[in-house]
Design a protein around this ligand. Sequence first.
Ligand code: SF4
Ligand code: SF4
Length: 70
Amino acid sequence: MPKLEIEHSKCQGCGLCVCICASEGLELIDFKSTLREQNCTCCGLCESVCPRNAISCQLNVVLAERSALP
Ligand code: SF4
Ligand code: SF4
């Protein structure tokens, strides 16, 4: 199951990830991006826009590892 992880120590609360998500998969709580896991499809869009590299989707890592196999 794909899983999105947010490092709250890196998040500066800019809200870019919340705005870009079409699935309402994120919300800002106390100026920190917080996952609404039931809505997230792990599309990776929020990961690509975060200026602090605070978001990572494990699905992207798995695909990269598989593509490196012979
Ligand atoms: S885009 Fe990054 S820094 Fe901005 S609110 Fe989202 S996780 Fe935090
Ligand atoms: S990975 Fe995609 S669906 Fe999940 S929170 Fe980020 S933008 Fe929304």
